[in-house]
Design a protein around this ligand. Structure first.
Ligand code: GTP
Ligand code: MG
Length: 137
């Protein structure tokens, strides 16, 4: 069994979709290892998305990601990273498969409801961005 990292993004938290999204995640067989509600400063959002700093949408993305509460989580399941990316669907909700979390809840390519790590290595780095080692039991 292994782990991935996710966060419910400001658009979905402010729309009151946190509970519905967590229900879909649990129904898909993921166990919640760690969970909190918090808010990023623009600087910390910039650190989290540093891999995108050369992209045209980077400033906008940092402003959006720091605009409200987020719910970061560490999740556990066999094949966690790949299965979770399938559960959330494509980055652009117009391209996300029916029934995926982004298809159901995303507002736009930017305000797309939820994040999912893209590798085991990044899952560990991103989990440790929000949770201490003691919180990752
Ligand atoms: P994450 O799980 O959030 O990492 O999404 P992803 O892996 O499906 O997409 P990617 O890592 O390429 O982009 C990170 C985030 O940047 C996306 O989830 C969007 O919130 C935002 N984003 C991606 N492409 C665009 C774009 O073309 N315009 C804008 N405004 N935002 C974008
Ligand atoms: Mg990504």
């Amino acid at each position: 069994t292994n782990r991935t990292f996710t966060m419910i993004k400001p658009d979905a938290v402010s729309a009151g979709n946190t509970g519905a999204i967590i229900k879909l995640i649990e129904e898909a067989g993921f166990k919640i290892v760690a969970l909190k509600k918090t808010q990023l400063s623009p600087e910390r959002a910039g650190q989290f998305y540093a891999v995108h700093k050369e992209r045209s949408f980077y400033q906008e993305l940092c402003t959006y990601m720091s605009s409200g509460f987020i719910v970061p989580m560490i999740l556990e399941k066999n094949n966690a990273v790949e299965d979770f990316r399938k559960l959330i669907g494509a980055t652009d909700p117009k391209k996300a498969e029916p029934g995926t979390i982004r298809n159901l809840f995303a507002k736009s390519i930017e305000a797309n409801a939820i994040h999912g790590s893209d590798s085991d290595e990044n899952a560990a780095i991103e989990g440790s961005f929000f949770f201490s080692q003691l919180e990752q039991f």
